[in-house]
Design a protein around this ligand. Sequence first.
Ligand code: OFO
Length: 162
Amino acid sequence: MNKNVVELLNAQVNKEFFSAYLYLGISKYFTKENLPGFASWYRVQAQEEQEHAMKIYDYLLDNDEDVRLSQIAQVDVNFDSALEAAKDADKHEHYITGEIVKIMDAAVEAKDYSTQLFLDWFITEQAEEERNSKDMIAKIEMVGCDKKSLYLLDKEVGSRKS
Ligand code: OFO
């Protein structure tokens, strides 16, 4: 495989594990805020991120490339509100989309058609992730400071299955 593509895929393994770490941190924030539904939603998201990392991990190994398991950065999860946490997640997803696009650009440049096909799934997934995080922000904004509505929303988002 092209060296640059391999390098970027390796870096993405770390970024996906960092995403899992970030979502776990957000989940912890909601647990401490006594909002178990949100905590569960973000925990499911953390599991999905690990699956994303492992997809790339397997792809590299399947192509006889090495996988670098580099250090995962510490996550800062001191939020002032549910809205701030949701906005942080949304910002992160946009960043990840940009990183996936960079790998796709490198694969196109290297005429690496297999990796382009492989990354198609991630492009679709990122569109869904951005939609989900945008929806979450909209729901929290709708609820505003109304504690009763927040309680009901917590119940609703907690029904998300992995
Ligand atoms: Fe892996 O999609 Fe979110 O970050």
